[in-house]
Write a protein that binds this ligand. Structure first.
Ligand code: SF4
Length: 441
């Protein structure tokens, strides 16, 4: 059971790879599994609760199913290993984010050291490479590639640097080799992930490492779409924009969490910037990459956030008109700089602000989607739609896997189009987050 972000999913796929190599086979039916692994997330309260619920759900199979061993891995394990072992006796082993290669030992019941706190040398922090066994859990035509791990930023609300350690990049040749292997196995779309993809290579002494990496990946035959997520503000270079703007393969898609727009709140978040500087940066990117799809995430309810700060954020999002916007309610995370800060915002107020921002965004998204009606665009066919088995769905370059809307294909019978095929679709209808269209070729 893999929870949380695509970076955590890659860890799950690596753990499956190690277990496969040891001769273990997988099942999707928890009741027949002899061993259950829950790869957890822990970055905000909701994610933590989902992780605990999933562990308890898995533990039930020790009573009702074939399960005889329950292993907990990932960010919750890294953060609360002692608490898990004392409060959840059903759990047999706990592995931290740095102990992924020990999964076979944990499954076999061999002793594994307790997840250590990061503070040790960079050399002993874990980072997979192209030789690491990995079994993708995504559909065969698409895959994530983790290009770096950890984070050196110090956003005051964020616990991730403590759970994932210092920023460390994989070498370019290793990422390229992995992408070539994936292409040889039929992958057509790759999505590059890290806590901050724009810092790629800085720790290896590279200038503009992400641009160099994407240039190298662009040359791989068989890969049709390349996308990178988690861009850090201010780190998008002119060279990167030029590359994206002129490329057939690189999706014109910028995913840049901005978190807020009030100067005061951005300062308290240790992110810096202002509404004006952020607006100028977005204009620069929109000029540099015409037709770019801009995704961002915001946090409402950060300690000290006043109604005036929120109105600043609301106004900023109204003016900028993001194509995609996710809104999180601030989570008061133990171990972060903002934990226990004064001016905690009542949850009802934070939820009200979240609702207001999402409502405004739904109208913006619908309006922007309606401008696509009549246009012919490339589509990656995914297969039966999540809405109904009678419909097919696919994604446009402007729609990232799992986090964005999809394009429903209205005229094709199920089976007429194969998952992983690239076609051209004419958009016939726009919804708030999804689109509908007919395949023209
Ligand atoms: S960039 Fe900030 S929010 Fe993102 S992982 Fe790093 S510290 Fe956390």
């Amino acid at each position: 059971m893999s929870l949380g972000c695509p970076k955590n999913l890659v860890d799950s796929e690596v753990m499956i790879g190690h277990l496969h190599r040891e001769g273990h086979s997988l099942t999707t039916d928890c009741s027949e599994a002899e061993i259950l692994i829950v790869n957890t997330c822990s970055f905000i309260a909701e994610a933590r609760q989902e992780s605990i619920d999933t562990i308890l759900e898995a533990a039930e199979f020790k009573k009702s199913g074939a399960c005889r061993r329950l292993v907990v891995t990932g960010c919750l394990a890294e953060r609360y290993s002692k608490e898990i072992q004392s409060d959840l006796p059903e759990v047999d082993a706990v592995l931290g984010t740095n102990q992924i290669p020990l999964i076979a030992r944990a499954v076999a019941g061999e002793p594994v050291p307790a997840p250590g706190r990061f503070g040790r040398s960079k050399a002993d922090l874990y980072l997979y490479n192209h030789r690491t066994p990995r079994v993708p859990a995504t559909p065969p035509y698409t895959a994530y590639i983790k290009i770096a791990e950890g984070c050196d930023h110090s956003c005051s609300f964020c616990i991730i640097p403590k759970l994932r350690g210092a920023f460390r990049s994989r070498r370019i040749d290793s990422v390229v080799r992995e992408a070539e292997d994936l292409a040889a196995r039929g992958v057509r779309e790759i999505t590059l992930v890290a806590q901050d993809t724009t810092s790629y290579g800085t720790d290896l002494g590279m200038q503009d490492g992400l641009t160099r990496l994407v240039e190298a990946l662009e040359r791989i035959d068989g890969i049709c779409w390349i996308r990178f997520l988690y861009v850090y503000p201010k780190l998008v270079s002119d060279r990167l924009m030029h590359l994206v703007a002129g490329s057939e393969k690189i999706c014109k898609y910028i995913d840049m969490p901005l978190q807020h727009a009030s100067t005061r709140i951005l300062r308290a978040m240790r992110r810096g910037g202002s509404r004006l500087s952020l607006s100028r940066m977005i204009e620069r990117i929109r000029r540099g990459i015409p037709d770019v799809t801009f995704r961002t995430t915001m946090i409402v309810g950060f300690p000290g956030e006043t109604e005036r700060d929120f109105q600043e954020l609301l106004g900023f999002c109204r003016d900028v008109e993001f194509d995609r916007l996710g809104v999180f309610v601030y989570s008061n995370e133990e171990g972060t700089r903002s934990f226990g800060m004064g001016g905690q915002v009542p949850i009802r107020t934070a939820r009200r602000r979240q609702g207001e921002l999402m409502e405004q965004q739904a109208a913006i998204s619908r309006r922007k989607n309606s401008r696509l009606v009549g246009r012919e665009l490339p589509i990656l066919v995914e297969g039966a739609s999540r809405e109904s088995d009678l419909l097919l769905q696919g994604r446009l370059p402007s729609q990232a896997p799992e986090i964005d809307g999809v394009c429903l294909i209205s005229d094709s019978e199920v089976g007429a189009l194969k998952p992983g095929e690239f076609r051209t679709i004419r958009i016939t209808r726009a919804l708030a987050h999804d689109l509908i269209g007919t395949v023209v070729r």
